[in-house]
Design a protein around this ligand. Structure first.
Ligand SMILES: Nc1ncnc2c1ncn2[C@@H]1O[C@H](COP(=O)(O)OP(=O)(O)O)[C@@H](O)[C@H]1O
Ligand SMILES: [Mg+2]
Length: 465
């Protein structure tokens, strides 16, 4: 590509050549050069020679000028054009011997600055992208026309839109829950920040999200669209539900014995105390109910202690067989009451555990086995090592538990037969205490059962280190 300057220069040089040739011819007139020539051919040859020499001369000068003046400018122009195209790595040659050096170096400074700015911008964009992708909440941006302009992976994950095309789609076309769609519409209409907790069903599950929506306002108060951030709070809601149920359960469990104690004592105070037999039987009831109350409170305190964050058992190398024997001695009275025989098949095993806590676990399981078994049956406790773990089995021949009840068995206050369990003095907290204690030992507890045949609880504990 020839620049305007180059063309101008060429024209000037051609005219300069013609001028020079004319001057040489005129000089030839002044001196008697032509008279010495014999014919016209010679004169014309001479003129042509002069013309060629003049042209060559001006071409040489022209070339020098172009080289010194035009080339650097052309190079700078090219560099500037490259920069305009977005190639910020382009640089101009800084010819040192002529006046364009300042222009070239200015262009290079510009290029370097542009490159730096671009690098910073790219880094910021990268940072923003990483932030949006990893913020842990679902994010979507919708422009003024209602088209999706930006969203992150969490959004597609949260609303099961993984393989769907979302970009540039109208927000009502993408398959989001109706509740969320209504929320987006709300933010769109009011053009004001809003926050809400939404509940929706996804497949078989009920999900809860905390959504925040805000208009995106640019310069000059112009709004570009809205941004929506959603956070999954399903687990939080579940825990909240458990806590609510727990409080309701505790209140209920406390009310029953208190009502009973209050009722019987009031009857006695109203005059029943004069009847000796009524007095005795009512006092017995009151005593039994207050015992139950005490047990309930004890279990509640125990559970809250165990569930407290950072609860740790004092795990030491402990003889598991010995502590099972201790637990067996402590429930001897109950065994005799129901005429139940206890068989111990124990191998010596050293576990890493807290003896008192493990005795508590064993007593809980043994009392359950006694409580939920008929008179004259047998309970077997086995202890052995398997796959680097201590395995303890408590097997009874009792009423058993239906398979449908098993998943909830270790929940607080969960009882298969509420009336029966309560009658036997159960609080419904025993198995959740067992589970927590065993987990605090880094072990696990399992249950197998068959209705009418019996139940086996199995505890796995780490061996002593
Ligand atoms: N060995 C067992 N045989 C049959 N059912 C059992 C046995 N152990 C526990 N259960 C059932 O599990 C429920 C929860 O047990 P637990 O937490 O110890 O509470 P509870 O105070 O009622 O004994 C009991 O109410 C009972 O229905
Ligand atoms: Mg129990």
């Amino acid at each position: 590509m020839k620049s305007f300057q180059q063309r101008l220069l060429t024209t000037i040089l051609i005219w300069l050549g013609i001028l020079l040739a004319g001057m040489l011819i005129l000089i030839g007139q002044l001196f008697p050069v032509y008279e010495q020539m014999e014919n016209k051919l010679q004169i014309w040859s001479f003129l042509a020679l002069i013309f060629i020499v003049a042209m060559l001369f001006s071409a040489v000068i022209g070339y020098r000028i172009i080289k010194v003046q035009a080339l650097p400018i052309e190079n700078v122009t090219e560099t500037a054009l490259e920069l305009a195209k977005g190639n910020y790595r382009a640089r101009a040659y800084e010819f040192s011997n002529i006046g364009t050096v300042e222009l070239s170096s200015a262009i290079n400074v510009l290029a370097r600055n542009l490159q730096e700015i671009t690098a910073v911008r790219e880094m910021e964009q990268e940072r923003l992208k990483t932030l949006i992708e990893n913020m842990g909440s679902a994010l979507i941006m919708i422009d003024r026309q209602g088209s999706v302009t930006l969203f992150n992976k969490a959004f597609t994950y949260e609303f099961a839109l993984k393989d769907k095309e979302l970009s540039d789609k109208f927000y009502k076309e993408i398959e989001i829950p109706a509740e969320l769609e209504a929320f987006i519409e709300h933010v769109f209409m009011l053009e004001q920040p809003a926050r809400e907790q939404l509940k929706f069903t996804q497949g078989m599950n009920t999900r809860h999200i905390d959504v925040y929506g805000a208009p995106v306002i640019g310069k000059h108060e112009q709004w570009h669209g809205i941004v929506i951030v959603a956070h999954d709070i399903t687990e939080l809601k579940r825990l909240e539900g458990i806590r609510r149920d727990f409080v309701a359960n505790v209140s209920h469990e406390l009310r029953t014995p208190v009502t009973s104690i209050k009722g019987f004592s009031e009857t006695l105070l109203d005059g029943a105390y004069v009847d000796q037999s009524a007095l005795l039987s009512f006092l017995e009831i009151i005593h039994k109910e207050s015992n139950r109350l005490e047990m309930l409170i004890q279990d509640l305190l125990e559970l809250s202690r165990i569930e407290r964050e950072g609860f740790q058992v004092d795990a030491q190398p402990t003889e598991m067989d010995a502590l099972i024997e201790t637990a067996a001695e402590r429930i001897q009275g109950r065994l005799e009451e129901k005429n139940i025989s206890l068989k111990l098949e124990l191998q010596p095993v050293l576990v890493q555990g807290d003896a008192n806590r493990l005795i508590q676990v064993m007593i809980n399981l043994l009392i359950n086995a006694i409580t939920y078994s008929g008179a004259g049956t047998a309970i077997t406790v086995r202890l052995f090592e398997k796959d680097g773990e201590a395995v303890t089995e408590v097997e009874d021949q009792g009423i058993g538990i239906a398979a449908s009840e098993l998943p909830r068995l270790f929940e607080r206050f969960y009882r298969v037969d509420r009336a029966r369990s309560r009658n036997q003095g159960g609080t419904g907290l025993g198995l959740s205490i067992v589970k927590h204690l065993i987990e605090a030992h880094h072990g696990k507890v399992e249950v197998r059962s068959e209705v009418g045949k019996g139940t086996t609880f199995t505890i796995y504990l780490p061996l002593a280190r």
